[in-house]
Each structure stands twice: as C-alpha cells, then as structure tokens.
Design a protein around this ligand. Structure first.
Ligand code: NCD
Length: 320
C-alpha cells in the first residue's frame, strides 16, 4: 500500500487517546484501515510503506494479542520491528521508564508502541522521545487502538456507528477499553449504555455521556451491540463481586440475557475472555459473535494508525 494521496494528512504526531481525536480523525483512521483489511486478505501481505522504518514495542504488561497484533501490523507494512521484552530487560534491574525511553530513543526508532500499568505513561514517554508514540493501553486510562478496532468491526457489520445503541457490560471500573470506547462511540453519535454492578463502576461515570444500568435485562433491551468486558480480577484490591458463579448468574452473557437485545445484535469482547465468568461459551462461539473479526480488524487498524503517523508527507518533526 502506498501512502495514497487520497487520504488527508493525519493531524497528530502521536496516538495517546481517543479523547484527542475529532470525529473526522476517527473516520480517517477507519477508512485507512479498510484498505489494510484488503491487504491482509491477500496471499502476499507485505507492503513497503514503512520500509526502512524502525518500530519498537515496549510492553510493561504481559500481552499476547495486542503485542502480536502491533508486531504483525508493522511487518505487513515492511517496518523493522523490535520487541522489548520487559521481563528480561534492565527494567527488572530497576531502570525507570524515562531512562529506558531515553536509551531506546538514542537508537533512533521511528515509532514506539507502549503498554504500561500506569495511566499517563504513554503521554510521559511522548514528551521525552523524538518519535511517534502509540498508547497500547495505559493503566485504566485509554486503549485507543482497541476502540478503533471495535468501531471498525461495528461499522463493517452494521454499516454505521451513529444512532446505534451500544451496551458496554461488566468491569467498567478497571477498563481502559470501556473508557476509550465510550469516548469514541459518543463522538460518532452512538447511544452508549454501561451495565454493571455498582461496585464495578467508576465514580463520575455519568459525566461520560452514558446511561447506567445495574441489570442486564434492562440494559440490553433494544441494543444493537453488546460489548462484554473481562472481569479484571488481577486489578481488584478486595472482593468486588461476591463469587464468580454469582457474577455469571447476574452479569454473564448467556442466551437468555441476549434475548433482550435486538435481533442480530453483535456480541463483542476485547479478549482475553473468561468463559463462564462474563460470557457463556455458546455465545462467544455463537452466530452473533464478532470476536474473531475484532482480532482481524485489530491488525488492520494498527497498520492504519502507524501509516498515518509515519506519513512521508509530514516533515521530519512529524508536523503535517
Ligand atoms: C484488554 C486490555 O489489555 O486492556 N485486552 C486487550 O487489549 N486485548 C482488555 C483486558 O485485559 O481485559
């Protein structure tokens, strides 16, 4: 794929969060991602758009799907991709994020992809390095490429985002996926609901432009998309749910609860899934599930983001 002049120049140097993007920026990335889907479906998947560019994946939290998705996306664009495995690096020896960033920066990468357990880590890195930075998840703050891939999946299945009703269900409190999705879906004109027990809702959630429900039967009534979230037990200090069995009974998506949604409602999950905790297997593998499509769209969206950020029509400082 060449950097088609047909696409306007993307106006940001980094992708730190959906909150920095206008609806037009979001649509531009989704349109670019459509082209990347076509490339990934060809037998010959390698292009030369980012040939000679260096991409470093700096993952401070373990991740399978997001890291491999960014790696494949870079490789399909022809970039040289390096994975910094934090577990075996000097980070374990006590080096700070900034020192690690400065060291990597001195190697002159063109793009850094970072995942970190602290909110704001990606923005901090962006201030310190001379290359483009992509936030691959920072604490419970944002996960912009996840929201973009979810939007692409919805747009391809339903033909639009505006005027759809989307229910985001489960552990909203710990979820950067929920935050980024709420911002994006609102920006594109969807009606957003959150469905969760009150212990799993952040304070101030009502200020984010969502309608809050504490019952699946009510919250799923008439929705076009049901987005399930993983119960992030590793981030829970105390017992926020009585038991997993109890949680599944009230908040797990099964065929009975899904009946409340519109016919043909999409079922989504960012993964990794806890089958039998937030979602029943029969639903995860059922006809309404687009969970595998989400994974496919993830590679395409990450290709689109990296191409847009490293557009050769920008000057070396990254300005348009
Ligand atoms: C999500 C994440 O890491 O925020 N997963 C992902 O990116 N594939 C959601 C989660 O961990 O539950």
């Amino acid at each position: 794929m060449t950097s088609a002049p047909a696409f306007p120049i993307y106006p940001h140097r980094h992708l730190l969060g959906i909150k920095d993007l206008s609806p037009g920026d979001i649509e531009l990335l989704l349109d670019r991602a459509e082209k990347a889907v076509a490339i990934s479906r060809q037998p010959e998947k390698k292009t030369s758009t980012l040939r000679g560019r260096t991409q470093i994946n700096l993952f401070y939290e373990s991740s399978t799907r997001t890291q491999s998705s960014f790696e494949l996306a870079g490789k399909r664009l022809g970039a040289d991709v390096m994975n910094m495995s934090v577990a075996s690096s000097s980070v374990k020896k006590g080096e700070t994020l900034i020192d690690t960033a400065m060291t990597l920066n001195a190697m002159r990468p063109d793009i850094l992809i970072i995942r970190h357990s602290s909110a704001g880590a990606a923005a901090l890195l962006a201030q310190k390095v001379g290359c483009a930075v992509v936030n691959a998840g920072d604490g419970a703050h944002e996960h912009p490429t996840q929201a973009l891939l979810d939007a692409l999946t919805i747009r391809r299945a339903k033909g639009r985002i505006g005027r759809l009703t989307v229910a985001i269900c489960g552990d909203i409190l710990h979820s950067r996926v929920a935050r980024s999705n709420i911002i994006l879906l609102n920006a594109l004109g969807a009606a957003v609901r959150v469905v969760a027990p009150s212990t799993l809702l952040p304070s101030g959630i009502r200020d984010m432009g969502v309608t809050v429900y504490n019952s699946m039967a009510e919250g799923l009534k008439g929705v076009d998309v049901v987005m399930m979230l993983r119960l992030q037990r590793e981030r829970m200090a105390g017992a926020m749910v009585p038991s997993v069995r109890e949680y599944f009974r009230y908040f797990g998506l099964d065929s009975e609860k899904l009946k409340a949604a519109n016919d043909g409602a999409l079922v989504m999950h960012p993964g990794p899934m806890n089958r039998g905790v937030e979602i029943a297997s029969e639903i995860a593998d059922g006809p309404q599930s687009v969970i595998q499509e989400q994974v496919e769209m993830g590679v395409a969206v990450r290709m689109a983001v990296m191409e847009a950020l490293l557009d050769p029509r920008r000057d070396p400082e990254g300005r348009a």
